[in-house]
Write a new protein. Structure first.
Length: 181
């Protein structure tokens, strides 16, 4: 695998998660590597001029959550964490995401410019800044804003799921067992 071809802003992400000398480009399910998925996510982010590392499709979420790469002691997980930014009532009504950390984003304000400092404080308490963080909301709007705020707050590896939970559900790619109907 030639890491020189990766987008420049992606290299620090992958190097932090898996040391470059140990990464192999081993295909994930579906024949794609983590590098392929992250490079495509970075391309989408660049194309849409977002302020965080990338946009991932619903189908790519499970690949990143389940990704393992060869490490010095066998295999090591990519360590990606899914963060569900939907309000509690919405999660209860539309379905939960197994394995996700629920942290509501800006439930007090609908302004796209407002930052939710409570969100950043809770995120810092529950997710390491060096982790790959995948944000999901119902339709992708709040997850976009959450990823933007997380990146501004020092999370260099923030990703947002394109079209959110509803797209994941429609594509039948909810992590783990299907969410409650």
């Amino acid at each position: 695998m030639n890491f020189a071809n990766l987008p420049r802003r992606l290299c620090p992400l992958f190097a932090t998660v898996v040391p470059l000398e140990k990464a192999s480009g081993v295909p994930a399910a579906g024949g794609e590597t983590v590098v392929d998925i992250l490079a495509r996510a970075a391309d989408r982010a660049r194309d849409q001029a977002v302020e965080y590392i990338g946009l991932i499709s619903p189908e790519e979420v499970n690949h990143l959550l389940n990704a393992v790469e060869p490490g010095s002691t066998g295999t090591m997980s990519l360590g990606a964490q899914l963060v569900d930014v939907r309000p509690r009532r919405e999660r209860e009504r539309t379905g939960r995401l197994p394995g996700s950390i629920p942290i509501e984003w800006n439930s007090r304000s609908r302004s796209k410019r407002a930052r939710d400092d409570g969100f950043l404080a809770e995120l810092s308490a529950r997710v390491r800044r060096e982790q790959v963080v995948i944000f999901v909301s119902r339709h992708g709007r709040r997850s976009h804003l959450a990823a933007r705020d997380a990146a501004a707050g020092g999370y260099a590896h923030a990703l947002s799921v394109i079209d959110g939970y509803e797209a994941m559900r429609a594509a039948s790619v909810i992590p783990g067992d299907l969410a409650d109907d």
